[in-house]
Design a protein. Structure first.
Length: 479
């Protein structure tokens, strides 16, 4: 089966062919660490994670690089507002970002380069662009001259004329063209900056990404990802800078995910509908949030609202409850006829799942295939109370691969069905406690031995002393 990807560059689905056999190199734009990430950011990171997981499932060795922008106007403003240093702000919110990734079961990117640790690479890139005639310096600022780069606009389709009209672009008399963008910005003494051939200053955002991407992935790599809002100007500018430097395409496939809205509105701080991942996880489990974020195709908008979250929760429960029912079945040695039928239904659903994912990572269709497995399991369990050991293992493994390994929804079911380990631990613990209590009784320390018994009874154990031994059991739960 071949994977097809919708490429923003060219706006069509294309067969995916990696540059190096068996290997995929991906760059996904990471966070600017000035605040907690919100659920819209989380969508982009989860899309990248699912793409990575699926490519790994298909046998590719994946290198995913995702940057951390730790120097930026927003971070500087935040530092001024809070009285903390720029470094402290960066540390606080990059730690929080990694916490959120872990909470959402997003695999840590292979490399997380930080802009401030790549200043000399960035300065070198800017200098080369000046030497090649693509950039110019004015009073300590360096701008990219977009008129020099013929392909400008090839990703976003933004025509030069429209850019020149400059409706959305601030007027800056230093620039030759209003759409020229900063590669290096002069800053005042005392502000966070670095020495450069153009004086004290700091890098522009776009040059950070393309420099770090090429440093770790090579001049041309396979996939560049990010939210739709990054197509212009960020990714358009990355292409201009990188391709002006190397004369080679920066990335072969450009993947962009659509917006996330909250109750039909664009998320924004001024509307007060800004939902951080941390806040969302106070209301919903990571599995439910993650399921919700992949339940729409990545190129479709998705709306966070009460109904969609109730639906996501119910769906996750349906998936886990089918799995619990499967696991609770008694096992028998041989597969029966119905077992074989169940296996073939599950294999067929797995094929559909792969077909959906191969078609531009169509997660809603892939999830529909998972519900075919859920249905097959439920019908089976309604009719049977045992299952062949092999069949159980096979169905469970397919389920785990698709739901947990590829979609990243961590399976969470009552452990007692999975293994008797907790039960064994409990038995051993009780043995130790009762031995100690027996020793107390031998020493006629009645007060302590009674106290141990009472405390155990309080938390749900029934302790019975017989002349021969002390027995224990758990009180039946009444609810
Ligand atoms: Zn970027």
């Amino acid at each position: 089966m071949t994977l097809r990807i919708f490429n923003t560059l060219g706006m069509r689905k294309e067969e995916f062919k990696p540059l190096r056999e068996g290997e995929v190199r991906i760059y996904a734009c990471g966070p600017t660490v000035y605040d907690f990430i919100h659920i819209g950011n989380a969508r982009a990171f989860i899309v990248a994670d699912v793409v990575r997981r699926y490519l790994e499932y298909k046998g590719f060795k994946v290198t995913l690089v995702s940057n951390i922008t730790d120097i930026d106007d927003k971070i500087i403003r935040r530092a001024q507002e809070t009285g903390l240093s720029i470094q402290e702000i960066g540390e606080i919110y990059s730690d929080a970002y990694f916490e959120d990734l872990a909470a959402l079961n997003i695999k840590k990117p292979s490399i997380n380069p930080r802009a401030t640790q790549h200043i000399s690479d960035i300065i070198m890139a800017v200098q080369k662009l000046i030497e090649k005639g693509y950039a110019y310096e004015v009073e300590g600022d360096v701008y990219f001259d977009i008129l020099k780069f013929d392909d400008y606009g090839k990703l976003s389709g933004n025509k030069m004329e429209a850019l020149e009209a400059g409706a959305r672009i601030e007027v800056n008399p230093k620039k030759k063209n209003p759409a020229d963008f900063a590669l290096w910005k002069a800053c005042k003494e005392g502000e966070l900056g670095w020495h450069s051939p153009w004086g004290w200053g700091r890098p522009g955002w776009h040059i950070e990404c393309s420099t770090m991407a090429m440093k770790y992935l090579g001049e041309t790599f396979d996939i560049h990802m990010g939210g739709k809002d990054l197509i212009f100007p960020h990714h358009e500018n990355e292409i201009a800078q990188a391709e002006a430097l190397t004369g080679k395409p920066l990335a072969r496939y450009w993947i962009h995910n659509e917006w996330l809205t909250v109750n039909g509105q664009k998320m924004s701080k001024s509307l007060g509908n800004f939902i951080t991942v941390k806040d969302a996880l106070k209301m919903y489990s990571p599995q439910v949030l993650r399921f919700f974020l992949i339940s729409a195709h990545y190129r479709s908008p998705v709306d966070f609202n009460k109904e969609s979250m109730v639906a996501a929760k119910a769906n996750v429960e349906r998936i886990f409850s089918a799995l619990e029912r499967l696991i609770s079945l008694k096992e028998r040695d041989k597969n029966g006829e119905e077992d074989e039928e169940l296996i073939s239904q599950v294999q067929e659903a797995k094929r559909k799942f792969e077909e959906a994912m191969d078609d531009d990572f169509n997660t809603p269709l892939a999830i529909a295939a998972i519900f075919e497995i859920v249905k097959a399991i439920n019908i089976y369990v309604d009719r049977n109370d045992e299952i062949g050991t092999e069949a159980k293992k096979e169905v469970y493994n397919v389920f785990k691969t698709l739901v947990e390994d590829i979609l990243g929804i961590k399976i969470e079911i009552k452990k007692k069905y999975l293994e008797g380990r907790e039960e064994a631990i409990l038995k051993n613990l009780m043995e130790i406690i009762l031995e100690v209590r027996q020793e107390m009784r031998r020493r006629k320390e009645w007060k302590i031995s009674d106290e141990i018994r009472d405390k155990l009874q309080k938390i749900g154990f029934i302790i019975e002393d017989t002349p021969k031994e002390t027995r224990w059991r758990l009180k039946e739960e009444t609810h």
